[in-house]
Design a protein around this ligand. Structure first.
Ligand code: FAD
Length: 407
């Protein structure tokens, strides 16, 4: 079988990319190792994705936003970042940004479901599910993707959206910076007595990092806890009642009683940045290009931005009768996406290291940083602009908050 573009991976990035190119006249195959029934109804993976204003606009254009259910969208009105026992902290307020809210929180499985439905219905897009890509070969004459069912797909261009641990990236000889933070992140939906007031908070306590992401219901939030793996394993061994009590204690009872209200999902924290985003007839998008630490909540936002940048180039080239695989086109994508992502990738890693380091100098440094950030209007405005700007590619903030009343 022959296509213009073969996309590896039907995660949010691969599916959005295929959907963005729908109607361009390009024939696209999206290959995914998971079964089609799983793509149509993805399991709850616990992740709540903070969506910026620019990403919301792109999701609207792709038809994803309207496919979400009301209860799957949480309002992110304000955010607060706290350090240790400090009562002050850094506050990001929607009214200072001149917006009705800083952003939205949408569950990842709902995004995946909506992206699959839109890609599946898109003209020119074929989903090839339940098969794994085993090899990619590219050369001057074209590209080939080998599948584990023995089939081979021919293409002009291969676009890899096969996760931050991308096998095809490695097979194509593209190295990647990998930063293992040595920590595990637990995401867990919880009900709590005190309402969240649409305020997210991030609290860098000693020996732990806690975040609260407000969901649609005023008494339900996604709790995000980062711990060393052995401590996390002990916590995960608790039953629901004991885990609820342990979480309430970690939050110093600021949210009142807490109960587990969703699956327990734990993720290793590894940041990944590909040394190159393109090779001959091959491009990386999504986490395969830039796998962010979740603390700045930007992985999917960057994935959306990158696929949009590449798709725009491809659509224009195809309409002009030019080669969609030209090295000049791929180089333009690489430059634009690197420029849009590299500064925040580096800043996020520095931030994640600073805020999970409990040695005295680091504690002092972050106290100073938070104090300066709180005093300096321009810093806070830059962060809020990153969230609320209608155009993408701008840096953005932390994902913290909680009920202001209880500070
Ligand atoms: C706890 C947590 C919280 C997060 N919070 C946020 C947030 O608030 N905001 C935000 O913007 N981002 C957030 N992210 C990041 C976001 O979830 C990811 O950036 C996004 O899901 C990546 O999408 P993707 O399509 O690039 O990759 P993936 O979702 O990893 O999809 C890759 C797909 O490729 C398939 N695949 C892989 N190899 C093969 C193969 N050989 N053959 C066929 N198929 C293959 C896989 O099965 C998979 O379906 C968070 C991440 C985590 C872990």
């Amino acid at each position: 079988m022959s296509f213009d573009i073969v996309v590896i991976g039907a995660g949010p990035a691969g599916l959005c990319f295929a959907r963005t190119l729908a109607g361009s006249g390009l024939r696209i195959a999206v290959v995914e190792r998971q079964a089609e029934s799983t793509l149509a109804a993805p399991a709850d993976d616990g992740r709540e994705i903070a969506i910026t204003h620019h990403s919301q606009r792109l999701m609207r254009e792709l038809g994803l936003w309207d496919a979400l259910r009301e209860e799957e969208i949480g309002c992110l009105r304000d955010a607060k970042v706290l350090d240790g026992d400090d009562q002050g902290g850094l506050l990001f307020r929607h009214d200072e940004a001149g917006a009705a809210q800083l952003g939205w929180l949408v569950c990842n499985h709902a995004i995946r479901r909506a992206a699959y439905a839109q890609a599946k219905a898109a003209p020119g897009v074929e989903i090839v599910a339940g098969v794994r890509v085993t090899a990619v070969r590219t050369g001057a004459a074209g590209a080939e993707v080998a599948l584990d069912n023995g089939d081979t797909l021919a293409a002009q261009l291969v676009v890899a959206a096969d996760s931050r641990f991308s096998d095809s990236r490695r097979a194509m000889g593209i190295a990647a910076e990998m930063l293992d933070f040595g920590k595990t992140m637990l995401v867990l939906r919880m009900r709590h007595e005190v309402p969240h007031e649409a305020t997210a908070w991030e609290w860098f306590g000693h020996g732990q990092t806690l975040a609260l992401l407000p969901l649609h219901d005023a008494h339900t939030s996604s709790v995000v806890l980062t711990l060393p793996p052995p401590e996390m394993a002990a916590l995960l061994a608790l039953d629901d009642a004991a885990l609820g009590a342990a979480m309430a204690a970690r939050f110093q009872q600021r949210l009142g009683a807490m109960q587990v209200a969703g699956p327990r999902c734990a993720y290793p924290l590894v940041g990944v940045y590909a040394k190159r985003f393109v090779a001959e007839r091959y491009a990386l998008i999504g986490d395969a290009a830039v796998g962010m630490h979740p603390v700045t909540a930007h992985g999917f936002n960057f994935g959306l931005l990158g696929q949009h940048t590449l798709a725009r180039e491809l659509r224009a080239a195809h309409a002009a009768g030019q080669a969609i695989w030209s090295p000049a086109l791929l180089a333009r994508y690489e430059r634009a996406h690197r420029l849009a992502t590299r500064p925040l990738y580096l800043a996020t890693n520095a931030l994640a290291r600073l805020y999970t380091d409990d040695r005295r100098p680091a504690r002092l440094l972050r106290k100073l940083a938070l104090g300066a950030g709180a005093r300096l209007g321009p810093f806070r405005r830059m962060v809020m602009h990153g969230l609320t700007a209608e155009r993408g590619g701008v840096p953005m903030p932390l994902r913290g908050l909680r009920s202001r009343a209880s500070f």
